[in-house]
Design a protein around this ligand. Structure first.
Ligand code: IPM
Ligand code: MG
Length: 361
């Protein structure tokens, strides 16, 4: 089992270091190799996704990813910006299926901006298509308009597109995930306006014929954004395109109060995967040893379960995280009155200790 470890920028290095400590205490045999990615790779090699990093990722069974990005790179040409590293990995590895759970941990109900009764027990799985849509559609660029409201003016354009097989495979992923949960899927689109998403709705409806045991409903994305804050518990599995999934997953994760806790997985057809926290590189708190490492530690658990077939080891990590939370330890993002505030390293060490304790007991 080979794991490519790509810490990236900002708090990425600090949180990934803790996840690596946790992996090391499990007594499993894997080879871990670290490489630069994002702004860190740009600084060292002049490119956010150097050839060697991409090669390492492609040859590994799984990638453990921290985060990329910093304001100081905002002025670079787009192909050199840190975000291109994650987009390049998704594209080159064919990571089309992105799993973003939004779970409200009982201990953190108070950290949500919504009323406790709306979010306690919340457990949504957002499945975002990750290699198509307007993110990757060609053509795109800038030009002088020959038509539209202002012929002769400078304009920019992107292309929203989805092919039938792209929609089919993500729909299958969603229906199969729903089989292991409450057997409900909400497909989110904008079929009232966009041709691409009328097609999306048609294809999802076709694929649904193979899953008579699953209840499917369709929702427009604007309504979905509203329902997420109005009545989030009405959702179970949500499947949607790349751009709507980007937006809705940020909304869903924040309303759990647990953004520092939420892992994510991006898989290709071979179950090779990239695992990263749902949050970003948080340059404002980088280097201070205060970031929450739990989302990354839980991403490592997802990696063990989905790409490395080590479900038991994944369970051990998740149980350890729960016990550490139950014992009242909190990093500052999730801290509340009566809890003990700990650093990034202390939190990682507490998870390691909890795992060691259960393996002895
Ligand atoms: C995400 C991020 C990325 C995206 C950026 C960093 C390219 O926002 O993973 O949600 O837009 O997909
Ligand atoms: Mg995003």
């Amino acid at each position: 089992m080979k794991i490519a470890v790509l810490p990236g920028d900002g708090i990425g290095t600090e949180i990934v270091a803790q996840a690596v400590e946790v992996l090391n205490v499990l007594d499993l045999k894997f080879e871990m190799e670290t490489a630069l990615v994002g702004g860190a790779a740009f600084d060292a090699h002049g490119h956010p996704l150097p050839e060697a990093t991409l090669k390492l990722a492609m040859q590994s069974d799984a990638v453990l990813f921290g985060a990329v990005g910093d304001w100081k790179y905002d002025k670079l040409d787009r192909p050199l910006r840190p975000e291109q590293a994650i987009l390049g990995l998704r594209k080159n590895m064919g990571l089309f299926a992105n799993f973003r759970p939004a779970i409200c941990y009982a201990e953190l109900v108070g950290a949500s901006s919504l009323k406790p009764e709306l979010i306690s027990g919340l457990d949504i799985l957002i499945i975002r298509e990750l290699t198509g849509d307007i993110y990757f559609g060609q053509p795109r660029g800038r030009r002088i308009a020959t038509d539209g409201h202002f012929p002769g003016a400078e304009e920019a354009f992107d292309t929203m597109r989805y092919s039938r097989p792209e929609i089919e495979r993500i729909a299958h992923v969603a229906f199969q995930a729903a089989r292991k949960r409450s057997k409900r899927v909400t497909s989110v689109d904008k079929s009232n306006v966009l041709e691409t998403f009328q097609f999306w709705r048609d294809v999802v409806t076709d694929v649904h014929k193979d899953y008579p045991d699953i209840a499917l409903d369709h929702m427009y994305v604007d309504n979905a954004a509203m329902q997420l804050v109005k009545e989030p518990k009405r959702f179970d599995v949500v499947v949607t395109g790349n751009m709507f999934g980007d937006i809705l997953s940020d909304e869903a994760s924040m309303l759990t109060g647990s953004i520092g806790m939420l892992p994510s997985a991006s898989l290709n057809t071979e179950n090779q995967g990239l695992y990263e926290p749902s949050h970003g590189s948080a340059p404002d708190i980088a280097g201070k040893d205060i970031a929450n490492p739990l989302a990354t530690i839980l991403s490592a658990a997802m990696m063990l379960r989905f790409s490395l077939q080590q479900g038991q080891a994944a369970d051990r990590i998740e149980t350890a995280v729960k016990s550490v939370l139950a014992s009242g330890l909190r990093t500052s993002d999730i801290w509340s009155e009566g809890c003990r505030k700990v650093s990034t390293r202390e939190m990682g060490a507490a998870v390691v200790a909890a795992i060691t304790k259960t393996s002895k007991g």
